[in-house]
Ligand binder design. Structure first.
Ligand SMILES: [Zn+2]
Length: 121
């Protein structure tokens, strides 16, 4: 069920409610006013996808950072843990790829997801 954010048109109070799609909008919890405005919520259904993809990006970035530093073991452990929390295809694919592939000279290559080479000093 989506969480919506509302703003009271009278006192400006911003509040959240979990609502069914056909449920009437709630009155303001502060002043009781019924004229409220629905705001684009960061928790709504549509935006849940972008929230998830932000977490995914953060995970992939951190994994890359480990790999760039040559910390393959840590990248593996991190991804194994991360894929339990953020179950996206890219995260689990990268985790699987790291389990199967061996480090190569100068970095780590994963054909399915990324090519990492160690930074030159
Ligand atoms: Zn109000």
């Amino acid at each position: 069920m989506p969480i919506y954010e509302f703003r009271c048109e009278i006192c400006g109070e911003i509040f959240e409610r979990i609502l069914k799609v056909d449920e009437p909008w709630p009155p303001c919890p502060r002043c009781g006013e019924e004229r409220v405005m629905k705001l684009p919520s960061i928790f709504g259904f549509t935006d849940a996808a972008s929230f998830r993809s932000e977490r995914e990006q953060a995970i992939l970035k951190r994994a890359r950072d480990y790999l760039v530093d040559g910390k393959v073991g840590e990248a593996k452990r991190f991804l194994e843990k991360a894929k339990q929390y953020v179950k996206t295809e890219r995260v689990s694919r990268l985790a699987d790829a790291l389990q199967q592939r061996k480090p190569v000279k100068g970095g780590y290559v994963s054909r399915t997801e990324l090519v990492v080479t160690k930074k030159k000093d």
